[in-house]
Design a protein around this ligand. Structure first.
Ligand SMILES: [Zn+2]
Length: 63
């Protein structure tokens, strides 16, 4: 067995720096968990007009 012969295309997550081993993750540039977080952050930046945010629901709820 030779070491380092089987090099798959490996990149690191843009977010946490972990090695991405799946093709999907490499394509995205994030690991699956970081892709979720990145997507949620993107969504949070651009709220959907006419739709309430989570903060509207928890507002004054726990006084
Ligand atoms: Zn990551």
């Amino acid at each position: 067995m030779k070491d380092g012969v089987f090099m798959i295309q490996a990149r690191r997550c843009k977010r946490c720096g972990r090695l991405l081993t799946s093709k999907e993750a490499v394509d995205r540039g994030y690991g699956c968990q970081c892709a979720e977080k990145a997507r949620m952050e993107e969504n949070a930046k651009k709220p959907i007009p006419g739709q309430s945010t989570i903060f509207d629901f928890i507002d004054d709820e726990e006084v």
